[in-house]
Design a protein. Structure first.
Length: 276
């Protein structure tokens, strides 16, 4: 028996629920998170980025203005990093997000930590998950990925290079957690809940706008930010709807319940990005 093997018992069963909070007041739109994400996950970078169909991204930086017809000095701009929102379902009997519910080959699933995974080797390219995602957070590899020059020499060995005809998405850099877990096991630590990690987008942000952590931990920064009065979730305001409207929405079994929170002190940003 491998002494480094982690045995999942009731004591060391995953109790964490990973989530993210992004402070839009701190985001400058520099794009460092998107670049670091592509490098970490072996995503090909094309010299001519105008060829959008060839571009595959886990994290996109959306530029939003308060009024498209507004002119200086009355125009305001905010940048919104958009990735997989790591949704949960609202149906207690089937607490899975829409993408997981429609996949015919279980190429995407929800782990005990709440992270929605994507198993490239199982994907048959049907794109059901891409159609069902309300955030357009999944991309399809129409072309065979190319890694040329120095980029090919710096490929991340912890991440598989995706093949043509498969769906790709953000997984909160779950491979980093697995790497840290293996290090902990090698040191004799068997409690997987003691393992912490940070996705590349969060660790690379120069302004600290992206915070990652355990939503189940009331003392964690991400948990506190999720309850901040500035916090909101994309197309999701069930909690703030009137009681009759809340009940109607909760009946939608596959209605998304995202674990990515955004924060902004500007009311027009919160109003524009929320579910209406």
């Amino acid at each position: 028996m491998n002494t480094n093997e982690t045995h999942v018992t009731q004591e060391n069963k995953m109790k964490r629920r990973w989530g993210m909070a992004i402070d839009l007041d701190k985001c400058t739109g520099c794009g460092q998170c998107s670049i670091a994400c592509a490098q970490e996950n072996n995503l090909p970078i094309f010299e001519d980025d105008s060829d959008q169909p060839k571009r595959v991204a886990y994290l996109e930086l959306m530029k939003v203005t308060n009024d498209r017809d507004a002119k200086y000095p009355n125009v305001e701009v905010t940048f919104i990093p958009k990735m997989c929102q790591q949704c949960e379902g609202n149906d207690p009997s089937n607490p899975k997000p829409p993408c997981v519910s429609v996949c015919p080959v279980v190429a995407t699933d929800v782990g005990d930590d709440g992270v929605v995974s994507q198993i490239w080797s199982r994907c048959i390219g049907c794109r059901y998950c891409q159609v069902s995602c309300p955030y357009e957070a999944r991309a399809f590899n129409w072309w065979k990925p190319r890694h040329e020059g120095s980029f090919k020499k710096s490929l991340n060995s912890d991440v598989s290079v995706m093949s043509r005809g498969t769906i790709v998405k953000c997984t909160f850099c779950s491979h980093i957690w697995k790497r840290e877990r293996d290090k902990a096991v090698a040191q004799g630590i068997t409690d997987i809940n003691a393992v912490l990690y940070t996705p590349t987008c969060a660790s690379s942000c120069p302004t600290g706008a992206i915070v990652f952590g355990d939503l189940n931990d009331p003392d964690s920064e991400v948990s506190k930010l999720s309850k901040d009065k500035r916090a909101f979730r994309l197309v999701h305001t069930i909690d703030e709807k009137p009681e009759d409207e809340k009940k109607r929405l909760m009946k939608l079994k596959d209605y998304p319940n995202p674990k990515v929170y955004y924060l902004s002190s500007r009311q027009w940003v919160r109003d524009m990005m929320r579910f209406k």
